[in-house]
Structure formats: structure tokens, C-alpha cells
Design a protein. Structure first.
Lengths: 177, 184
């Protein structure tokens, strides 16, 4: 059972249901999204981090600008699922796809996404043995199973544990308030 | 059969190319096989990222193409060629293992063309040139190494297009960026 740890903020009040293992999108719709993100027609951009090598595709930036023609087709259905599961949903802060090529990097620092109070939703595009772990060890690992949605307090520091099975791991990460 | 030119571009032009290709603004596209068209989705380590500058019809394929044109023309002058067959930026990443990619030629249906590799960043992962030329059954035959070329910033490697060759992924650096182009 995946439960969301209560935040100090009163509106952090999710249903205690197993969000991280429930398939959230219709299979055909998910296949369309997966095919697009794994295709050679979808652009990825290097992040400034030198190690590990991480690519991302910003759908919606922190300046509230939609940077991608794929925002509607890819993010909208996921945002709808977030709204269904989080009645406190108010506003998207950022939406991006992250692509981790398989690589030999042991240690990645814990980090949090944004300074402003927010929530983070992770939607993996493929099943891999890579996952995200939290600095707070009481929280379960997330982000391993395709077409699932894991939502957590964005102020929790977390880091990716890179996959060793597939050549790449792609996740959609949405920050919202 | 091959030529190597170090410090091929002026320092500032090379730096600008490197800055662009390593910036967060330059789009890269995933490809499951960085070497050739063989479907290697089942294999785990043939993948890479590319950005097509000039497609195989000789047409510009990117907003960035015009920035790279002076380099492409300089190569054409140097190789006595007059047409770009294809130009592509390639990036392979450190896979944590030594990985030599598939042996290949860039075009199987062209003759008398030049293949060119311009190494952009400081990295490792040699390019191997073989003594043998492409034949349709080359995979059934043994190849012998003619030369292993180390990648070096601002180095240009030119060789006959029908020479079998391959690249490898970096093991000591996080990524290996080059521009692969062909001229006739």
C-alpha cells in the first residue's frame, strides 16, 4: 500500500489508495504516449548535470510557457488523472519528460524539485528496475512501473536509482500545487 | 585511405559548436541503433542520440544546419567533393561497459563517397577503421584493423566511404559527441 506522508500543509490530503501500482491510462492511449516518447521524432535536451547524463523535454516551464507541441497530447491525460486523485489540485508548475540512458553512475545526490511548496507526480513510461528513492527512508521507492502515477510531497528530497536492465528509462514528472 | 586533421576548425568556431552541442537548448533524438539501420531494439547497448543536420536527400533538416554549413563546406573543399550526402550530430553515452558498436558503412548504395567524422568534445571511444571494404556478405567475414583513431577535440577524420568502420561508446567520459557526414 502506498500512502502519502502527511505534510505540514493542511491540504495535503490524498486518498490512501495504491496510486503507484494502479494503471492509470487506457492501454491504447498509454501506448500512443510511449511510442511518441520512445521515437526518434521526440526531442530531448541535455541537462546541465555532467554526471549522470540526463536528457529532458520540457512540456511546460516554470515561467508557465508551454514549450512543446506535445503538451496537450501527452500531459493532459496525466494531469486529468492527477486531478481525479488529488482534489486539492490547483495549478501545474512544471511538466517534463526525463530520459536516463543506461550508465554506470553509483551515487546521485538527493535533491528536491522546486523551492515553492508543491507536489510531484511521477509517471513512468516503461517498466525498468530503476526507481526513485527518498532521503526519508520511511517513504517507499516509486517510479518503477509503467503507466502508474506516484504522487508525493515535492519538498521531500529524492534521487533516481538508475536502471540496469533497459538502455533507457523515461518518466514524466509533473510538479503542481 | 584515411586522413586525420587536428585543430581542423578555428578555435572559436569549434568552441561555439561544442557549446551548442552540449547546451540545454540543443535537441537530441533517441535512436536504438547509432551505427546503422539494423533493428537492435532487443540489444541494450547500441543506442545513442542524434540530430540530423542534412538528410539523405541532401536537404537541411534543422534550424541549426546553417550554423554548421561553413564547416561542411570547408570539409567539401578539403575532400574535393561537391555534395553533402548526409550530416548528423551523434552522441553516445557512457554505458558502464566497453562497447564497440556494429561494423558498418554509412551508405550501402553509394560508391566513391567520403565518410567524415568530426570529434567535438574531449572523450574516449575509438573509431576503428578496417582494411576491408563493404560487401553484402561482410558480416560473414573476418575484418582486420587498419587503424584505431582516438577521439580528440577539433579532430577531423576522413576516409573512403566504402571502408568498413565502427565507433565505440565512452568509458571514461560521460558522453562522446561527434559530427558524422558524408560527401560525394
Amino acid at each position: 500500500m502506498y500512502t502519502i506522508e502527511k505534510s505540514s500543509k493542511p491540504d495535503f490530503n490524498f486518498k490512501e489508495e495504491n496510486l503507484s501500482t494502479k494503471k492509470v491510462l487506457d492501454e491504447d492511449l498509454f501506448d500512443d504516449i510511449r511510442r511518441l516518447l520512445c521515437s526518434n521524432e521526440f526531442s530531448y535536451y541535455l541537462t546541465p548535470s555532467k554526471s549522470p547524463v540526463i536528457f529532458q523535454h520540457m512540456f511546460l516551464g516554470l515561467d508557465h510557457t508551454i514549450n512543446s507541441p506535445h503538451f496537450e497530447s501527452v500531459c493532459k491525460p496525466i494531469i486529468d488523472e492527477i486531478k481525479k486523485n488529488d482534489k486539492t489540485f490547483f495549478n501545474i508548475l512544471r511538466a517534463k519528460a526525463v530520459c536516463y540512458p543506461k550508465q554506470n553512475v553509483d551515487k546521485i545526490e538527493f535533491d528536491k524539485e522546486l523551492i515553492k511548496f508543491h507536489k510531484t507526480a511521477i509517471f513512468p513510461i516503461m517498466d525498468t528496475n530503476g526507481f526513485y528513492e527518498f532521503e526519508n527512508e520511511k517513504l517507499p521507492n516509486v517510479g518503477q512501473e509503467a503507466n502508474t502515477l506516484s504522487i508525493f510531497d515535492g519538498n521531500e528530497k529524492y534521487r533516481v536509482k538508475l536502471q540496469t536492465d533497459l538502455s533507457y528509462k523515461i518518466d514524466i514528472i509533473i510538479n503542481y500545487e | 585511405m584515411y586522413n586525420i586533421y587536428d585543430n581542423f576548425l578555428t578555435k572559436s568556431y569549434h568552441k561555439e559548436i561544442k557549446d551548442i552541442l552540449t547546451s540545454a537548448d540543443f535537441p537530441w533524438f533517441y535512436i536504438f541503433n547509432i551505427s546503422d539501420d539494423t533493428d537492435t531494439r532487443e540489444l541494450k547497448n547500441e543506442y545513442g542520440f542524434f540530430h540530423l543536420l542534412v538528410n539523405d536527400k541532401g536537404q537541411s533538416n534543422s534550424n541549426y544546419t546553417s550554423f554548421f554549413r561553413p564547416m561542411l563546406h570547408q570539409i567539401m573543399d578539403m575532400t574535393n567533393t561537391n555534395k553533402i550526402l548526409k550530416a548528423r550530430c551523434d552522441m553516445t553515452t557512457n554505458k558502464g561497459i566497453e562497447k564497440v558498436h556494429n561494423t558498418h558503412v554509412d551508405f550501402v548504395d553509394q560508391t566513391a563517397y567520403k565518410s567524415v567524422i568530426f570529434y567535438v568534445n574531449e572523450t574516449d571511444g575509438d573509431t576503428t577503421l578496417f582494411n576491408e571494404k563493404y560487401t553484402s556478405d561482410f558480416k560473414d567475414k573476418t575484418q582486420t584493423i587498419m587503424k584505431k583513431v582516438e577521439p580528440k577535440e577539433n579532430r577531423l577524420l576522413v576516409f573512403e566511404g566504402d571502408l568498413l568502420h565502427t565507433g565505440s561508446s565512452p568509458i571514461n567520459y560521460s558522453n562522446r559527441i561527434l559530427i558524422n557526414c558524408n560527401f560525394i
